[in-house]
Design a protein around this ligand. Sequence first.
Ligand code: PLP
Length: 483
Amino acid sequence: MKDIEPIVLTKEELERISAGINEEDLMEFEKHTLNSFIEPLIPIEAKEPGSAWVRVRDKEGNMKEMIDVTSMNWTLSLGFAHPDINYAVYQQMLKLTHVRYNVLTPSRAKLINKLAELAPGKLKGGRVAINNEGGGLANEAAMKLALMTSRGADNFGVFWGAYHGNSLITGCASQPIHAVNRFNYLGHGFFTRMPYPYCYRCLWKHKEGIRGKKDPGCNLECFDLVEGYIKGMASKRFAGIMIEPNQAGGGQIPAPVEFLKKLKDTCEEENVKLIYDECQTCFWRTGKYFTLTERYEKELNIDVSPDMITYTKGLGGGFPLGALVVSPKIKKRFGPSEEHTTFSSNPVLAAAGLAALRVGEESKLGENCEKMGQKITKRLLEMQEEYEVIGDVRGEGLFIGVELVKNKDTREPFTELSEEMVLIAPEHGMYLGESMPILTMRGQILRRNVIKVKPPLIITESDADFILETFEVILKEAINKLK
Ligand SMILES: Cc1ncc(COP(=O)(O)O)c(C=O)c1O
């Protein structure tokens, strides 16, 4: 690598910025940070470039190693500090780090072309917009385009338990959670919330909807209700419907493919734009295929492809990047500043994104994800037999949810257990995450009882063994603590 020669500051000073932190810096930070919740462990460096392990500094100033089963907000699909991403970023940084929104750079053009090529089903070869932020902005871009093509309809159908972002509008499109619901009144008039097909907790009391498959006796009664909303039960006409085909934050809940098919058909009939939020499920997170849409198309031979899909998380190889991919049948494009932010065209992010996609393709990332996902799911299903508290294990690839219950018959959510597990996991060298809190309108927690097993997709067999062994140790310890 060509070395960079700083011209104002010394190399030593510049290196110290990321090398570590002392008590004094921490005390000052505590006084000045506006965010009230910061985790005590401070990640300093990847254990090795491109691994699922990271070295962290604990409260006492000691260093320890952790495996990250959260991929740092489900993002580091290629692990920490992947060398290929870093190399592409470094090369881009040597040349240019920023341009204005309407200025084209090579990395942006190539990234957009690649995303159009990777788009599933009827979106293949369609149009793409990227942003420098992630999923929230991508979802907002999708909503803007739906409004631009809707001939006056200005409402959106969204789902119970959804999470689409934390901006003022995507927060309104999402299930109210403690962090964002205080702002929801701003966009209330624009969203109609509908029941999501949560088969394990079917509102129509079908009991056999487990592992993300619908009960064989179910007639998709939940869809009848959604159809009713689309066809006039909602107080306003929908410009679009936004749905996570496998609801992530809400509890790792796959919508049955039959539901998605009916939704697609009805949206087509009624000229409502169907938007899939695949922010989490893209980038081979669910296994062999780049998106869930592609999985359904290629594996089940069912075309459930929507009009628009949004991506983020693994897409930027650890850098902030979001994308909207639109079916070629939508002819409208954004005008000069309809979809811009100051940093939207950042070439460094685009270089990282393109490198991440090429690494994913070249290293057969999806196949490793599928294999490791099967291994982990198999053992979790055995644990389900052994432990009364594991009610359901569901998901594809390394997009796994373990639903914890107080009793397998009543399915009463065991929120305290998942919270305890997440709390003690770091003591055992593991970052672990849980579903977001689903609240009642009065702010009480209905459930937050799904443990997410979503490590980087590059994990090895021995990482998977470590995750499974540690998961069981933590599970037992948390059960004993709560007795
Ligand atoms: C399904 C889904 N959509 C959208 C978002 C929002 O993405 P961002 O936080 O990058 O705005 C998230 C973030 O967790 C997500 O999980």
